[in-house]
Design a protein around this ligand. Structure first.
Ligand code: PMP
Length: 361
């Protein structure tokens, strides 16, 4: 048996060990077919069965209403930054965006290539440590849609509420918190998420799109980026990333066994509570985010003395606590504690943080 480390990577992130073991078991010979899942036609009954089951399990997990399509696409969440305006923003119209950090700003910069973008609220005035309340937003009732990022993976800022957008469709980047707790899908026009955090391996982006929003893409929208084309072809207009889709399906099954998103929410609540509680009690570690906007998934923290960062990371590595360095754009530390990161990992991290503080403080 190889000993697996505790992996706090922001993405591609830890996957459930049981899922990896199952994939390993079926790697050479999937269900006695004599070939692996990667070597099968995406149009075979076998693969279509795997794909449909994955979709159904995701529908069950998030209670996705019938009038939403579930799309499995490529290009990551970043491609959605362009695909969303190409599909939903007529050239003469404008869209509202909420700026809460690096990922929402990337979505804004990309959308600006396609049309008029109104930043209806920005966390900048709070140094990105807090989310402006909806009473501070300047929404446009004529907007084609409102876009926001439910969890800022780098900043560690997360919405614990769903904005009210009236008749304007709400579009959410849930790349780093989808499936971590229940969400009312019916409040959204569209939800999307890159797979490599809470869903499966990279190479896949999952979108949940309300049916009435389909079929309105610009004439110039590439065929491959038209959601209606994806929907009409069961996400198989071209060859999809079959292995990522299959593995995501195994993750959905695993999630169901863990009590679904309700089960995950209980566990994730406890994981983040323990870690923030420890950070807040300590004079050695700090997290700057206001309590109501703290992410359950990505917990950035700083050491009292930044010169100790390298020693902290080296010591963590020795204990097989991996990928705790913050994003290169902000520095410091960050612990990403997605669904597949067990409570034991969080406990081991806190034990190490305590020992390091004792030694260096
Ligand atoms: N949005 C968020 C919130 C993210 O965390 C990321 C990736 N870390 C992205 C978008 C971009 O995802 P991708 O690399 O799949 O394009």
């Amino acid at each position: 048996m190889t000993k697996r480390a505790y992996n706090f990577c922001a993405g591609p992130a830890a996957l459930p060990e049981a899922v990896l073991q199952q994939a390993q078991k079926e790697l050479l010979d999937w269900q006695s077919k004599g070939v692996s899942i990667m070597e099968m036609s995406h149009r075979s009954d076998e693969f279509v069965g795997v794909a449909n089951q994955a979709e159904q399990d995701l529908r069950d997990l998030l209670s996705i209403p019938e009038h939403y399509k579930v799309l499995f696409m490529q290009g990551g969440a970043s491609q959605q930054f362009a695909q969303i305006p190409l599909n939903f923003l007529p050239e003469s119209s404008s869209a509202d965006y909420i700026d809460t950090g690096i990922w929402s700003r990337k979505s804004i910069d990309e959308a600006r290539r396609y049309g008029n973008i109104n930043v209806a609220a920005s966390a900048k005035k709070y140094d990105y440590f807090s989310i402006p309340g909806q009473n501070e937003w300047q929404l446009n009732k004529q907007a084609a849609y409102v876009h926001y990022t439910t969890n800022e993976t780098i900043g560690g800022l997360q919405f614990d509420w769903i904005p009210e957008s009236g008749d304007v469709p709400l579009v959410a980047d849930m790349s780093s918190d989808i499936l971590s707790r229940p969400v009312d899908v019916s409040r959204f026009g569209m939800i999307y998420a890159g797979a490599q955090k809470n869903i499966g391996p990279s190479g896949l982006v999952v979108a949940i799109v309300r049916e009435d929003l389909l079929g309105k893409a610009r004439a110039s929208c590439p065929t491959m980026l038209d959601y209606k084309v994806a929907a009409d072809n069961g996400s198989m207009y071209n060859t999809p990333p079959t292995f990522s889709w299959y593995l995501s399906g195994l993750v959905f099954k695993w999630l169901k066994e863990q009590g679904g998103v309700e089960g995950m929410a209980k566990l994730n609540f406890e994981k983040q509570r323990l870690l923030y509680e420890y950070i807040d009690k300590s004079d050695f570690y700090t997290n700057p985010i206001s309590k109501s906007a703290r992410s359950w998934m990505n917990i950035p923290f700083r050491l009292a003395d930044a010169r100790l960062e390298q020693a902290f990371l080296a010591g963590a590595q020795e204990r097989a606590l991996l990928n705790l360095q913050g994003h290169r754009s902000v520095g410091g530390m960050r612990a990403s504690i997605y669904n597949a990161v067990p409570m034991a990992a969080v406990e081991a991290l806190i034990d190490y943080m305590r020992a390091f503080e004792k030694e260096k403080a």
